[in-house]
Design a protein around this ligand. Structure first.
Ligand SMILES: *Cc1c(COP(=O)(O)O)cnc(C)c1O
Length: 494
């Protein structure tokens, strides 16, 4: 079935009254027509993605068009929507497009889009109180725990993304180590030390910064050739810190490094942490979803033994931005890190003010939106088997790309392909290869052909393709490779 395009004409008019305190439309029928048109055009846009460039740089005139003084008089929905259609929609990130391979971006789905709309219609505040949207979030957390192999009683909360979820992990680990009193007197000179691999995402270091522990308190442990934390080096660093009077409190394992998709040996990390009574947190931003892959889930063995796991629904699970998640094995320690004394007073409260414990006692936010609905609807609509098949398909495409790189003259694979990330570069060309490969990536992005990104592998610039998008096919991989080779020929002047 192809889509039925609606004509791009303006909205019917201004169904909103231009004065009065209520912001509701005066003409609900006109509003309904306008709303349907907007939805039709959004569906046209998504169903027609393949015919569009991956990304189009926003022209200066369009940027300028957005700059206006704070509007005092109503301009109306039609004017706002027209500007969205002309100035905003064509110049978005491009991560919905099947040839987008940059960074690690989820593609989103129409189901997620509809759920966002339905959630907005309720305008629910999920900080607390006794209502169904919070039950939906609790269900999502139970599903997350089940996916990870955590106990059913595990605690968790949805947040903006894995950066925030990792920061919560650091705060819970700190509370476990120093006791809840740390929330009053601070960490002072407690000498806490955390450990991650050198390939860990830099949001771990930022979490150390933002929680006041300081980035120096994070030890970056060297990796082996496969990009995994060197466990002997970890043991050495911990022993040295203990000798020096420091207090090792947290090891962060990575399940899917952002550079190459490498997965730390989670089982041995779990053993190590158990032996040393150190909190074991896993950053599984995208990799945690490998638990849903029937063929690759074994790669994550040991994650079920973590004390806490941070991951995103907005990457491989295709839920629209933003949707991160933290799951903590022990619900009491999770609450001890964030709950206010009001939490305990709310226990037996009747009416809307009941329903404790509240999500605001599990993280830093008080007012919170209904992120849970798009996660719940995505999982319910597609089921974990379909979502796991997307993960497998991405990994299969990555293997296909790696094989093609290996057999193509003038290309070099720069890192083993553990999951869905392929790092390679153009070689055998005169001139500085780092500059050339960075130029090629920018060329492809600006031409709208494909959108890989760059990273550095062993000190050299790599073209990095992170395959996350459920829409990507073998043809899109071919399009990327042909684009890279054509750009290389252009730069070589042949
Ligand atoms: C993307 C990513 C993060 C950061 O997650 P956000 O959702 O962007 O905050 C952290 N760690 C890894 C391994 C990632 O891939």
């Amino acid at each position: 079935m192809t889509s039925q395009r609606v004509d791009a004409v303006s909205l019917s008019g201004i169904p909103f009254p231009t004065e009065g305190a209520s912001l509701d439309p005066a003409d609900w029928a006109a509003l309904r027509r306008d709303a349907h048109r907007m939805l039709d055009e959004a569906i046209d846009d998504i169903s027609g993605l393949r015919t569009q460039p991956v990304w189009t740089k926003m022209p200066q005139a369009r940027r300028q068009a957005l700059r206006e003084a704070l509007p005092e008089q109503p301009q109306g929905l039609a004017a706002a929507y027209d500007q969205f259609r002309e100035t905003i929609r064509p110049y978005a990130t491009g991560n919905r497009h099947p040839a987008f391979f940059g960074w690690v971006h989820g593609a989103g789905t129409v189901v997620g889009m509809l759920a966002e709309m339905l959630a907005a219609s309720l305008n629910a505040n999920l900080g607390g109180r006794d209502h169904a949207p919070i039950e939906v979030e609790r269900q999502v957390i139970r599903w997350a725990a089940e996916m990870l192999g955590f106990p059913a009683a595990a605690s968790g909360v949805l947040v903006t993304g894995t950066s925030m979820a990792n920061m919560i992990g650091v705060l819970v680990a700190r509370t476990q180590c120093l006791g809840p009193g740390v929330r009053r007197h601070g960490v002072g000179m407690s000498g806490l030390r955390a450990y991650s691999s050198a390939a860990a995402h830099n949001c771990i270091s930022r979490a150390m910064d933002m929680t006041g522990l300081g980035t120096d308190a994070l030890r970056l442990i060297a990796c082996d050739e496969a990009g995994r934390m060197d466990l002997a080096a970890l043991a050495e660093a911990v022993a040295r810190d203990i000798d020096d009077g420091f207090k090792p409190f947290l090891v962060v394992g990575t399940a899917g490094t952002v550079d190459t998709g490498a997965i730390d040996d989670l089982s041995r990390l779990a053993d190590f942490c158990a032996a040393h009574e150190i909190w074991f947190h896993v950053d599984g931003a995208f990799g945690a979803l490998v638990r849903l892959s029937p063929t690759r889930r074994g790669l994550l063995d040991g994650i079920e033994r973590a004390d806490s796991v941070a991951f995103d629904f907005h990457k491989w699970a295709q839920v629209p931005y933003d949707a991160g998640c933290i799951v903590v094995r022990d619900p009491l320690i999770h609450r001890a890190a964030f709950a206010s004394s009001a939490d305990y007073l709310r226990r037996d409260v009747r009416g809307l003010a009941g329903g404790a414990p509240w999500p605001c006692d599990l993280g830093p936010d008080l007012s919170r939106g209904f992120r849970a609905l798009k996660v719940w609807m995505t999982i319910k609509t597609y089921g974990t088997r379909r979502l796991g098949a997307v993960v497998d398909h991405s990994c299969d495409l990555a293997q296909y790309l790696a094989r093609r790189v290996a057999v193509t003259a003038g290309l070099e694979l720069l890192a083993p392909v553990a999951l869905n990330i392929v790092c390679f570069r153009v070689i055998d060309v005169d001139g500085d290869l780092d500059t050339l490969n960075a130029e090629i990536v920018a060329d492809l992005q600006e031409a709208g052909i494909a959108a890989p990104s760059t990273t550095k592998i062993n000190g050299v610039v790599a073209i990095r393709a992170a395959i996350v998008n459920h829409r990507s096919t073998h043809a899109d991989i071919d399009r990327l490779l042909e684009g890279v080779l054509a750009a290389a020929r252009r730069h070589a002047g042949v």
